[in-house]
Design a protein around this ligand. Structure first.
Ligand code: HT7
Ligand code: ZN
Length: 860
């Protein structure tokens, strides 16, 4: 297919005044009638009339009551339209039961539900399915299902029917309908503007006792958005529905959020601390879309980061407020580096605002979401928190009801800052992670810092320009005292120098600094990019001794953790080269991890080593070829060394951090469990897994059961526990998913593919359910040493299943094909095996979704 291009945007010819839809639900033959009032768009001179539509059986069509015979093609229809406003009516038939793509109207365990973002509505009826066509919707549902929901407020209902009206103009991608046997857990919320809203969390019968946390998270999100952004809810009801078959996490349909049940249902016995955290964050994210996405939507899909980056930034602020900013930031940066930096470094790299796409579903990426959120964060850092608040208020006031662009959003910042940010724009047009080198010079009383930036070439963008890089910077004395507090130094050009005099940094136009001469000692220690204020890769010569001082004393918790991380990375790289580990590192880690004045969650993070994938990327960045088997083995050796060096500490932590009393998912309790379970992992390297087996046998919560199971499987001793877990949770889809992912994801590199083949042959494995597919097949591609096994069986296993999945569910298949994105890092044999599998997939004539990803991955 031809790509869609940002540069070719044209306003719609026709706008929609209002829409009436009637659904006569039937599993295999649902009838949808539409009555749509069109009016000419004054911003377009073209009066051609075309509607999008896919896989629809058109039964009748009329314009102003007169039957018409449209020209139908694979992507929609066209018909000669009047010159002025008119009413389009049509009836179509669709087959929800056959819809395994899970886009449009489909069935999940006997329940009807919809997914319309990005282009699913065109699989429900003919419509101008583009985000800049917004209209109020009135919906009538006729069915024998006891609960029938759509967007907006309920207006009337009777036996076998229900009507809904959504007064807020919305694009079709926010349309939703759900019908089924559902049970609600409800509460009310009085908004800051004095309106009452009923909040319902709808689930299948039997799941009602797992809804409390999501409902509470929703209420807290509503209060937070009122308090922090001054944004209140605007309908009489807010419905949230959990479904088991879902392509992504959740969907922000106006007044009717639909969620993957994995991100709603929680009880201590079935959900981990991480599940609770994700539920809270995703509930908040979808709710926050009510303003950033729904009230103000996107003009076109190229502007996706306008709603996604901004909403991710908002949900991160919320989670930071609830759970603590330092730990949240470290978690977020771990994820950013693991997913977005990796994407930016590979063949799928694209700007936060892409310039073209073949299949828009392929652009719901870490770059659009996570780097998009970083871009908003940098705007806030540069403008300052007050100006940020004013810019957002201006944006909400000015664009409420609009389908907006990034330029519209940025203009609000320019207005409140007096155009102070001109030059920042490259952040959304340029792909690739900027690299910053930093060189210091210490004269004895003046510290000079020279920063240089460059961004590597990415597909379609061989040349890069400088971006604005706000680096929050502090300075410590060699004995660990802070001598200059955090100040933001913004690098706007390829190179700039700053001088620290009297505790204040100033731009310097003097000559660029030379590297620190070894004779001038002791120099102050720089703490650069505090809080990870800019999403860049820092390249700087720092000695282990300096890092250990930062690890022990930095006042910025993020950089404290980062110092430990960098030391760990260097130690691992040294070990890979056959070098000895520095005992000072184990001692420093031991001191940090046993420091009771620090939050347990922070200490748990400090104990985490870079992943095998991180190490592979670091080697590749250094111009070397990673060997996944060796990385796995050496990393395990290092962990063994650490366990032996700090055995008493780990034993003590496992004993001391037992939680007493009833389980609570709050951040404090979760942090204690996280530290205890890290220590348990260490201990298992010394006691053969006895303590972990004990934890598994006695745990009263899923966090501990599942971690203990993972530890035992890693030690190769968890067979009995695995069987116990399977038998206990056999009937619970979300919990059985955890079994699939834990058993496959922790299997030894030489065995994992055989294990994965065995588990995917079980009757419980169903590729039609995305959660199950991701849990099993995705776990193998996330098991780095197994996926990259020299036999190539990991690659073959993934490709085999992608070929099965693609005709069933192309969106999920395409997303999972991205596991091959690192192929260029590896040796010739592995490169050949990975590209062979991609070509094998392409030879099957796959969907547009998979074709686009596989072709971009190959780069030919
Ligand atoms: N806005 C949504 C993104 C989305 C999606 C969700 C579920 C299934 C398919 C989807 N395609 C796109 C989710 C969000 O970012 O909030
Ligand atoms: Zn979103």
């Amino acid at each position: 297919s031809d790509p869609v291009r940002l540069a070719q945007y044209e306003a719609p010819n026709w706008l929609v005044e209002d829409v009436h839809l009637t659904f006569r639900l039937h599993p295999t033959a649902t009838r949808v009638t539409s009555r749509i009032r069109f009016r000419p768009n004054p911003d377009s001179a073209d009066r051609g009339f075309r509607l999008d539509g896919e896989d629809l059986k058109l039964l009748s069509a009329s314009i102003d009551g007169r039957a018409v015979e449209p020209r139908i093609d694979a992507e929609g229809l066209s018909v000669d339209a009047p010159n002025d406003a008119f009413i389009w009516e049509c009836e179509v038939e669709i087959d929800p039961k056959a819809n395994t793509r899970l886009e449009g109207l489909y069935m999940s365990k006997g329940m009807y539900c919809t997914q319309c973002e990005a282009e699913g509505f065109r699989r429900i009826t003919f419509y101008p399915d583009r985000p800049d066509v917004m209209a109020p919707f009135t919906v009538r549902i006729e069915s024998d299902q006891p609960v029938m929901l759509s967007n907006g407020n309920p207006t009337a209902s009777g036996d076998g029917w229900a009507e809904w009206h959504d007064p807020w103009p919305k694009p079709a991608y926010l349309f939703a309908l759900v019908a089924g046997e559902l049970r609600a857990t409800s509460t009310t919320h009085r908004t800051s503007e004095g309106r009452d809203a009923t909040l319902n969390v709808w689930v299948r019968p039997g799941d009602e006792d797992r809804t409390g946390y999501a409902l509470d998270a929703l209420k807290r999100s509503m209060e937070w958005d009122e308090r922090v952004y001054g944004r209140a809810y605007d309908l009489e009801v807010f419905n949230l529905v959990a479904v088991d078959d879902f392509n992504m996490g959740a969907m922000e349909n106006k007044g009717l959020n639909i969620f993957n049940s994995k991100y709603v249902l929680a009880s201590p016995e079935t959900a981990t601390d991480r599940d609770y955290e994700l539920i809270e964050g995703i509930v908040a994210h979808e709710y926050f879309h009510n303003w950033t996405g729904n009230r103000i939507t996107c003009r076109d899909w190229f502007q996706l980061c306008l709603k996604e980056g901004l909403t991710v930034f908002r949900d991160k602020q919320f989670s930071g407020d609830v759970r603590g900013h330092a730990v949240k930031r470290i978690d977020d940066v771990l994820m950013l580096r693991a997913r977005q930096f990796r994407e930016d470094a590979g063949p799928l790299a694209h700007p936060v605002r892409p310039e073209e796409y073949v299949e828009i579903n392929n652009f719901y990426t870490a770059t659009v979401y996570e780097k998009g959120a970083e871009v908003i964060g940098m705007l806030r850092t540069l403008a300052g928190p007050e100006a940020y608040d004013r810019a957002l208020t201006l944006y909400f006031d000015r664009h409420d009801g609009d389908a907006a662009t990034i330029e519209d959003f940025f203009a609000c910042f320019q207005e409140v800052t007096g155009n102070a940010l001109t030059g920042f724009e490259r952040w959304w047009s340029q792909a690739g992670t900027p690299r910053v080198t930093a060189v210091t010079h210490w004269s004895g009383d003046v510290l000079t810092l020279t920063l240089r930036q460059s961004t590597p070439a990415t597909p379609g963008q061989p040349q890069k320009g400088p971006v604005w890089i706000p680096l929050a910077t502090g300075v410590l004395s060699p004995d660990g005292k802070e001598v200059a507090p955090t100040q933001v130094l913004t690098l706007k050009t390829s190179e700039a120098t700053f001088r620290l005099e009297g505790g204040i940094w100033r731009p310097s136009d003097g000559p660029a600094a030379d590297p620190l001469p070894a004779s001038v000692e002791p120099a102050p220690i720089l703490s650069l990019n505090r809080g990870f204020s800019a999403p860049v890769i820092l390249d700087r010569k720092v000695t282990d001794a300096e890092r250990l001082i930062l690890l022990a004393h930095d006042t910025d918790p993020f950089n404290r953790w980062e110092a430990g991380r960098q030391v760990a990375k260097e130690q691992l790289l040294r070990a890979l080269d056959g070098g000895a580990l520095d005992p000072a590192w184990f001692d420093a880690l031991g001191r940090l991890v046993s420091d009771d004045s620090l939050e347990p969650a922070f200490r748990a993070l400090a104990l985490g080593l870079p992943s095998e994938d991180d190490i592979a990327q670091s080697l590749h960045d250094a111009g070397r070829t990673p060997d996944p088997a060796r990385i796995h083995a050496i990393r395990e050796d290092v962990l063994q060394g650490l366990a032996e060096a700090q055995a008493p500490l780990f034993r003590a932590l496992v004993d001391a951090l037992v939680t007493h009393g009833p389980y609570s998912p709050d951040a404090e309790a979760a942090g204690r469990r996280a530290l205890r379970l890290r220590a348990l992992d260490m201990l298992s390297r010394l006691d053969g897994g006895d303590a972990a087996a004990e934890v598994f046998a006695t745990a009263d919560n899923m966090t501990e059961s599942l971690s203990a199971l993972a530890i035992l499987i890693r030690r190769g001793t968890g067979e009995a526990e695995s069987g116990t877990f399977f038998t206990r949770w056999y009937d619970d889809p979300n919990t059985l998913d955890k079994w699939f992912s834990t058993v496959i994801g922790n299997a030894a590199p030489d065995e994992a593919v055989a294990v994965a083949r065995r588990l995917t042959a079980l009757p419980e494995f169903d590729p039609k359910t995305p959660n199950r597919f991701r849990s099993a097949v995705g776990a193998l591609s996330a098991n780095t040493a197994a996926f990259h096994h020299a036999s190539g069986e990991g690659y073959r296993f993934l490709a085999d299943w992608l070929i099965v999945l693609d005709p069933i569910n192309p969106q999920t298949a395409a997303r999972m094909t991205t596991a091959f994105e690192t192929w260029r890092r590896y040796d010739g044999d592995r490169q050949g095996m990975m590209t062979d599998q991609l070509r094998r997939i392409l030879a099957t004539g796959p969907s547009r979704d998979v074709t686009e990803i596989a072709t971009r991955l190959l780069g030919d």
